[in-house]
Design a protein around this ligand. Structure first.
Ligand SMILES: C[S@@+](CC[C@H](N)C(=O)[O-])C[C@H]1O[C@@H](n2cnc3c(N)ncnc32)[C@H](O)[C@@H]1O
Length: 204
């Protein structure tokens, strides 16, 4: 069965998410992007309609992996100051020898159940340079309003066949799977943004 199929919701996704979560969504996604160096090779996972792109500073090569072709069509229409490789694939099937300096997951990890999430994190580790940076923006399970969470899960289960029925403790799972959190900021409505390095690999 196909899961995490965001094609149906793509036309309304940005308006709907802004209506429910307001500016916190984009403020949180933009916060850690300042760590990107001007020669860094960057990978964005599940970038949706690409609303994050205008906040990406000058960098090296930029790859944008997205599974929904309707999300990707919208990202293609975004005006962006430089070239970007828009890649239509399931990240778990993304085939490349490239290693990235920075990997960005904007509300991407919350799509997965624990087995899927563990595989995604292992693949992120295999694509990240040893001292590379991982930027996660997502929902904090202990801070999000339980009613909003329930409605959101039902909605995306129904219209996007979301893989998971629950919000996992993403920060704890990243720690269990080889990442150290170095800086975290919190936003309204249970949103967090955090910067991670692989355990023992951070350059001083
Ligand atoms: C919750 S949406 C977030 C979209 C966007 N990052 C934002 O914040 O507006 C999750 C996105 O991840 C994409 N996605 C889900 N599973 C994926 C996978 N296995 N590989 C690539 N993209 C995936 C979906 O198509 C969707 O666009």
């Amino acid at each position: 069965m196909v899961v995490n199929d965001f094609d149906f919701v793509a036309p309304i996704y940005d308006r709907l998410s802004k209506l429910v979560f307001g500016k916190s969504l984009i403020k949180a996604q933009a916060y850690h992007l300042k760590v990107i160096g001007d020669k860094d090779r960057v990978l964005i996972l599940g970038g949706g309609t690409g609303k994050l792109l205008e906040f990406i500073p000058k960098s090296g090569e930029l790859d944008f992996v997205e599974m929904s072709h309707r999300m990707l069509d919208r990202a293609k229409r975004k005006k962006f100051h430089r070239s970007i490789n828009l890649i239509h694939t399931d990240f778990l099937e993304f085939n490349t020898d490239k290693k990235y300096d920075v990997i960005i997951c904007p509300f991407f990890l919350d799509c997965f159940e624990i087995q899927g999430l563990t595989k995604v994190i292992a693949k992120i580790r295999s694509q990240l340079k040893p001292d590379g940076k991982l930027i996660i923006t997502d929902f904090e399970r202990s801070n999000i309003n339980s009613f909003i969470l329930k409605i959101m899960l039902i909605f995306f289960k129904l219209f996007s066949k979301l893989e998971t029925n629950r919000l996992l403790d993403i920060r704890a799972i990243l720690k269990e799977n080889g990442f150290n959190e170095s800086e975290t900021s919190f936003y309204k409505k249970g949103i967090f943004s955090a910067l991670y390095y692989q355990v023992g690999k951070r350059k001083q």
